[in-house]
Design a protein around this ligand. Sequence first.
Ligand SMILES: Nc1ncnc2c1ncn2[C@@H]1O[C@H](COP(=O)(O)OP(=O)(O)OP(=O)(O)O)[C@@H](O)[C@H]1O
Ligand SMILES: [Mg+2]
Length: 358
Amino acid sequence: MSAIEIVAVSKVYAGGVRAVSDVSLAIADGEFIVLVGPSGCGKSTLLRMIAGLESISSGTVAIGSRVVNEVDPAARNIAMVFQNYALYPHMSVYDNLAYGLRNRGVPKADIDARVAEAARMLEIQPFLDRKPKQLSGGQRQRVAMGRAIVRKPDAFLFDEPLSNLDAKLRVSMRGEIRQLQRRLGVTSVYVTHDQLEAMTLADRIVVLNSGRIEQVGRPLDVYHTPASTFVASFIGSPAMNLADAEVAGGCVAIGGREVASGVTGIADGKLTVGLRAEDIQPAASGAGVPFAVRYIEELGAQRLVHGSVEGRHLTMALSPDLPLADEIRVTVAADRLHFFDAESGRRMARPAHAPAGR
Ligand SMILES: Nc1ncnc2c1ncn2[C@@H]1O[C@H](COP(=O)(O)OP(=O)(O)OP(=O)(O)O)[C@@H](O)[C@H]1O
Ligand SMILES: [Mg+2]
């Protein structure tokens, strides 16, 4: 197990594509880090530089205090788990697990013991004699995990390992990976474009945007205090509602309607106001503002109501027990609003609101 330290790392591919720009990140020993962001933001490139599968254009990567920029992937003692499993199709599950160890001259008794332990942990003992094609997707994924575990690596690197699985299996494998990582305590870097996977797996999330870090933080901190409109609209489903607004003398107004007053520390002018769907509440008749319902998504435990307030699109999350009309009145507590710079999209002021239990 090892800490990983990434300092001012950039990657410019031949041809000039700048995939990663000046990324610095200190990953603690045993920590589970999730790199998340939209397609093409540089997640795989960053992971592959840690693995040594991609050269580093500038900056340094250190694993356990050793700078590994020039160290061969095989000598970095890290294990990578990919989306396509990369299992050897002609080999049994046992041989798939044992292959790397045999190559490194590990004694047979040792290999047997390590394979047995990994197989027990992953509950794949019954399949050790099968070929990968005789396994389900989830079982193959476990074998791929097993192959990483038997090497007793200093770190696990995962690149979208669950994206080939159906929705239900993804959720259960997600839980398994999390528990396994906790049990083994191995430093892990996990790449996904799925914000829910990031929220549920990570000790800390790293949100990437066009090769740069937008925000690093614990999942709930990122959710409740997004550092930018980019993070606000990427983390959380539904995305945070965002609206153009103006501030004058500490009064924030959307389309001329005041939504907050006594706001300090923000200069007069334009800004962007953010609002989570669950922070919008139904109001008593006569109170609040009219909300015109356009369509509803029933999620079972929650009901997403899409509509508009004075022509501005808004999504709110309501309890399915509440009666619903075509037009309802809604209200928002001012302390639930998020303020972002209209130009840069960066967060301007922390809301006073901090959810209970933190
Ligand atoms: N070998 C390469 N040569 C040139 N450009 C590349 C190469 N590999 C990736 N890129 C570019 O670098 C950028 C980042 O790619 P990367 O694969 O790291 O993104 P990603 O975040 O993993 O995306 P996805 O979620 O789609 O897997 C993209 O613009 C991509 O087109
Ligand atoms: Mg990728």
